[in-house]
Write a protein that binds this ligand. Structure first.
Ligand code: SF4
Length: 504
């Protein structure tokens, strides 16, 4: 048992639903109790999809448990096949149905349905949504991908793998990446699962290589295609200008083309070099999300915006190795957890000046009074925007720059705050005024805790004069400085000595 209030990912059958809902001609029959249809709302409300996802639920109730739930499943599968006439069916169980062990795959086989049936075994008590999506996509690719026949001559071809329904900015990322490939001279063979039909999966091997946009979803399928059919795959996810450049170089080398054909067309490099961005240098950032977005965001922070990454974490346990490696490169230790309380604890302890995270970190940052921007699922409805808002490619980098800088106090205001702490409008702790009422980022009063060294009143007053967004760091540094020297009281002098010591 684990006490959970918020969860970063849904159960694995939601991942399977995301794959089914992404595709054309696929129907998913889900053995599930009454009430599980809540998941439809994720698609119709959050993603604002105009039609119900292609899912039939058996919706058994308590009274059905005394009867034949297997018969219920078989009726539902037969009816769904007749009514929706899909090209292929997925069958599986949700968490509760897993316990009654009806074996949807075996039952569907006995029905002799006129379409291919792909059974899903999704262990709901060990795995989560992204794994469910990855496993479902892998099963579909395994079922349909066929060896390539004679290849027509023409430009090199690539598949784009991983985008799904309910994916954070997947729709717009695909547009960007298609544009990058086109600019290089690479033709797109199949985009999957988003928008693909089973017949398209059968054509996957007509491509020369696979572009893996979201390893959390496409990793297993791409590894299978590499193993089985020798198809190479890309490893770089093009989030940020540097990563987009690396991605183009990787694709060019796989395709035997010249990466120099594509010019860097993002405004991010100039915007972050322009003098107005000077005040961004060294801002302390905490990054959390799925592994792909968190690792990419940390790189953009450090290499392209001049931020200091003070925390890097993910809930994607399957990518622990990659995350640890990335964290090491930033000189920190990775935080691998799906417990938002641990994430909150880490943020509170590090007191960063900016949090880049998921919807959960937005709540945490709001409570702690820290500016925040969203970089990864899970997300609310406002992160399925009407406008074009990719994260990938050169336009994606423009979006990242605007989105991440926006919650921060503007340079002039930050300066005024440091100078006129008593001002009624630009008072200490007031939120950035470009965000409206100026109350958005009021940090909680920071008690000076009793540590090995006590704060003299004079030193405490001086500490409070330091602008609030760097006060936490100054306090910690001074306490460490005092502790290392065995000082029992932190005086004004200690505070200045510590400042001189750390700014050396
Ligand atoms: S089967 Fe799983 S997803 Fe459905 S209501 Fe029960 S716990 Fe929730």
């Amino acid at each position: 048992m684990e006490l959970a209030l918020w969860t970063y990912e849904g159960p694995p059958h939601v991942g399977a639903m995301r794959v089914a809902a992404s595709m054309r001609g696929v129907h998913y029959v889900l053995h599930a109790p009454q009430g599980d249809t809540y998941a439809d709302l994720l698609f119709t409300m959050i993603e604002r999809r105009a039609s119900r996802p292609p899912v039939t639920y058996t919706t058994f109730q308590a009274r059905d448990l005394g009867r034949d739930t297997a018969a219920l499943f078989m009726d539902a599968a037969r009816d769904a096949c007749e009514r929706f006439r899909p090209e292929a069916m997925l069958v599986g169980a949700s968490c509760t149905a897993e316990l009654i062990q009806d074996d949807p795959g075996g039952l569907a086989r006995t029905l002799g349905l006129p379409v291919p049936v792909v059974p899903l075994e999704l262990p709901a008590y060990q795995k989560k949504e992204n794994w469910g999506a990855a496993e479902t996509f892998y099963r579909l690719v395994r079922a349909f991908a066929a060896p390539r026949g004679t290849r027509e001559v023409g430009p090199p071809r690539a598949n784009i793998l991983g985008p799904t329904s309910l994916g954070f900015r997947h729709r717009d990322d695909v547009t960007e990446v298609e544009g990058l490939l086109r600019a290089l001279g690479v033709a797109v063979n199949v985009v999957a699962p988003l928008g693909a039909a089973p017949a398209d999966l059968a054509r996957l091997c007509e491509a020369d290589f696979n572009v893996v946009l979201y390893p959390e979803v496409a990793g297993m399928a791409a590894a299978y295609l590499q193993r089985q059919f020798g198809m190479p795959q890309t490893r770089t996810v093009p989030i940020g200008v540097g990563a987009t450049r690396d991605f183009l170089a990787e694709v060019a080398s796989l395709a035997g083309l010249d990466a120099g054909r594509v010019a860097v067309s993002s405004r991010l490099p100039w915007y972050s070099r322009s003098v107005d961005s000077t005040y961004l240098t060294g801002k302390r950032v905490f990054v959390f999300g799925d592994a792909t977005h968190a690792i990419a965001a940390a790189r953009v922070c450090a290499e392209e915006l001049g931020f200091e990454v003070v925390g890097l974490g993910s809930y994607s346990r399957e990518f622990a190795r990659e995350l640890r490696e990335a964290a090491r490169a930033h000189g920190i230790e990775a935080l691998l957890t799906d417990d938002y309380l641990k994430v909150e604890e880490a943020i509170a302890a590090l007191r960063p000046e900016l949090v880049l995270g998921t919807q959960m970190e937005r709540h945490v940052a709001k409570r702690l009074g820290i500016p925040c921007a969203v970089i990864s699922a899970p997300v609310h409805v406002q992160d399925f925007p009407a406008r074009h808002s990719p994260q990938m490619g050169f336009e994606g980098a423009n979006v990242l720059f605007d989105t991440w800088v926006h919650p921060l106090m503007m340079g002039l205001e930050e300066h005024l705050l440091g100078m006129f702490r008593e001002d009624f409008e630009f008072a200490d702790g007031a939120g950035p005024s470009h965000l409206g009422h100026g109350t958005a980022a009021v940090p909680p009063p920071e008690p000076i805790p009793a540590g090995p060294a006590a704060w003299a009143a004079e030193a405490e007053n001086e500490l409070r004069k330091i602008p609030f967004f760097v006060r936490g760091k100054a306090r910690r540094n001074t306490e460490r400085f005092a502790q290392e020297r065995g000082l029992r009281t932190i005086t004004l002098e200690t505070l200045y000595d510590a400042k001189a010591h750390f700014s050396r």
